[in-house]
Design a protein around this ligand. Structure first.
Ligand SMILES: Nc1nc2c(c(=O)[nH]1)N[C@H]1C(S)=C(S)[C@@H](COP(=O)(O)O)O[C@H]1N2
Ligand SMILES: [Mo]
Length: 248
């Protein structure tokens, strides 16, 4: 419990920093800002063709209610046990076409440079909501693992299953390296709630809602998804014929 409280305190500190970041007022904020800038510039050089940013919104535009959709709580004993102990022994696995497979704890992810973004979530079912997300850019996690030249996609394995079929999703490397693609552990200034994907979910802001994998347990860097599950690159793609490319 102590560690969980510390983590929340850590997030709170980050939130203060990010508020300062906007007005660029304090020394620590400047430090954070400059490392974020360096990252953004580097990422944009890599993805010049598809570098456009999704719109970001103000605090005043945030939706008073952000509904949860799809799975709202994974039933798996593994995830249930992780939640029961405050995700202390939970680790994000990073594997596949990487030089250094990783197992990252939540505090480790939270200690990495943070990005905070207020964005609009669009679900194919016809609703949208504006929320604030706090997380680590996926690019930084991938850099830490050392992605192979053969990498073409990043696949997200989730803790939940819908009618017995595990949820998963995948995005291409351009989307994976985009500055607004983050692994979010916070939402609207709080630790990520269960219904929204605790402890970690993807935000890939230029894609429709179903690409934003919740309850992420593992990330796999791959060169093809044709031999994974139904072969179409994602749960809804396999089950309902949704398009793999869900750019908006
Ligand atoms: N693991 C997992 N991720 C998921 C889903 C899900 O059922 N399981 N539903 C998707 C859909 S269709 C949407 S619209 C968003 C909903 O996110 P929210 O619950 O935070 O609103 O999560 C997406 N990611
Ligand atoms: Mo959705």
């Amino acid at each position: 419990m102590i560690r969980r409280r510390n983590m929340l305190a850590g997030l709170g500190a980050g939130l203060t920093l990010s508020a300062c970041e906007k007005i660029g007022s304090t020394a620590p904020a400047q430090k954070l800002l400059s490392s974020t800038d360096r990252f953004t510039l580097a990422a944009q050089r890599l993805v010049t063709d598809r570098a456009a940013l999704a719109p970001e919104y103000s605090e005043a535009e945030m939706s008073p209610i952000f509904r949860a959709n799809g799975s709202r709580e994974p039933a798996s004993p593994e995830w249930q046990a992780h939640r029961a102990n405050g995700f202390r022994t939970w680790r994000l696995a990073v594997r596949g076409l990487v030089a250094r497979p990783l197992n990252l704890s939540l505090p480790t992810l939270m200690a990495m440079p943070r990005r905070v973004q207020i964005t609009k979530h669009d679900c194919v079912e016809g609703w949208s909501a504006i929320g604030k997300w706090h997380g680590v850019p996926l690019k930084l996690v991938l850099d830490r693992a050392g992605v192979s030249d053969r990498a073409r996609y990043v696949l997200f394995r989730c803790a939940d299953a819908i009618r017995g079929v595990p949820y998963y999703e995948s995005i291409d490397m351009v989307e994976a390296l985009h500055p607004q693609t983050i692994l979010a552990y916070g939402m609207n200034g709080q630790m990520l709630p269960t219904a929204h994907g605790a402890p970690l979910r993807l935000r890939t802001e230029r894609q429709l809602g179903y690409k934003h994998a919740k309850y992420v347990m593992a990330i796999e860097v791959i060169d093809s998804f044709k031999d994974i599950a139904g072969g179409k690159g994602g749960y809804w793609e396999d089950v309902s014929g949704y398009e793999w490319w869900a750019g908006i």
